[in-house]
Design a protein around this ligand. Structure first.
Ligand code: GDP
Ligand code: MG
Length: 306
């Protein structure tokens, strides 16, 4: 585990203020379990971006569990919320993030819409793998803007890793190809491939990502080993349709959910996992290299309802 972590709890502060405080003011002490209260709880959960389906399930479970007692308090409600959410997404959370078992070079292709935080997240991943003793190489396969290449280069300097790049406007798949060859030649453990997020049309973008994927696989059989989709937590429920445009054409293995620190929409973790059936593997909780967390649903729920 990384030692330099900022806490998930502070990262989730705005979401917690939004969700938990609304629940607390709704149920200040013991409260009669009316249909009205259940509807209000459900409403708070929906406004907290937890998703309509999960909110409905939770309200039904609270009703079933406490209707005999006719009263509930905040702690009882929260424990049902936690259990219900946990059971909903638990099937996705046993994925092994074990670094020690990675075969080298392990290639991670990072995709997502412009501005979601791909390049920054690659910087954080570089720091993470590097602090685990891995030799890391970055591939600047977003060649559309010189600024994008410079930005990745800065992350290389900040994290003390290596980079493969080319001039602005060159073929991104060629950079990916070169980086895969360099990864083999230099005994790299982890290759992180940065990509562009907006190329004229969605079809072009998906074709380009397919091509990058293909050339990497031609050099390193079985690669890329992981396709990581970066999603900005601020996009709330739109994150799901955004993610679908990628999962439709690429086999996305996991999600890196960014900007959890700046949003009150951190509940969106639940519908993303539930609807897309893709695990959230990492979360971003700031702009520094240390602001990365391996996602763990238990820790998340404890931080959210602390
Ligand atoms: P890209 O276009 O997908 O490569 O996105 P960038 O990596 O350039 O990031 C876009 C903006 O989001 C930058 O200003 C980053 O500093 C910011 N950013 C990325 N991740 C996080 C995060 O976890 N928290 C915060 N607060 N900002 C982030
Ligand atoms: Mg970028």
């Amino acid at each position: 585990m990384i030692q330099l972590l900022n806490s998930l709890k502070s990262g989730l502060r705005r979401t917690r203020d939004n969700l938990t405080n609304s629940l607390k003011s709704l149920i200040p002490g013991k409260k009669g379990l009316s249909e009205e209260l259940l509807a209000e709880i459900e409403q708070v959960l929906i406004l907290g971006d937890i998703g309509v389906n999960t909110a409905t399930d939770i309200a039904a479970e609270i009703k079933q569990r406490f209707q005999k007692e006719k009263e509930v308090n905040y702690d009882q409600v929260v424990s049902v919320i936690k259990e219900e959410i946990h059971s909903t997404v638990d099937f996705l959370t046993h994925k092994d993030n074990g670094i020690s078992s990675l075969k080298s070079p392990y290639v991670i292709l990072v995709v997502g819409v412009n501005g979601t935080g791909k390049t920054t997240s690659i910087g954080k991943l570089a720091h993470y793998y590097r602090s685990e003793g891995k030799r890391v190489l970055l591939a600047a396969a977003d060649t559309y803007r010189a600024a994008a290449i410079d930005q990745l280069e800065k992350w290389k300097d900040r994290t003390g890793v290596e980079i493969v790049k080319n001039e602005e406007g060159t073929d991104p798949a060629a950079v990916a190809f070169d980086s895969a060859q360099a990864a083999l030649a230099r005994d790299i453990d982890v290759l992180l491939v940065d990509t562009a997020g907006r190329i004229h049309t969605n079809v072009n973008l998906m074709n380009e990502l397919e091509k990058i994927k293909r050339v990497i696989g031609n050099v390193i059989p079985g690669a890329p080993h992981k396709i990581l989709l970066v999603i900005d937590a601020n996009t709330g429920q739109n994150a799901i349709s955004q993610a679908r445009s990628f999962t439709g054409s690429l086999d996305v293995d996991g999600i890196f959910l960014t900007k959890l620190d700046g949003t009150a929409k951190g509940g969106v973790i639940i519908p993303i996992m539930r609807e897309l059936k893709i695990p959230i593997e990492f979360v971003g909780i700031g702009e520094q290299k240390e602001d990365i967390k391996l996602f763990n649903i238990k820790e998340y729920l404890n931080a959210l309802f602390a």
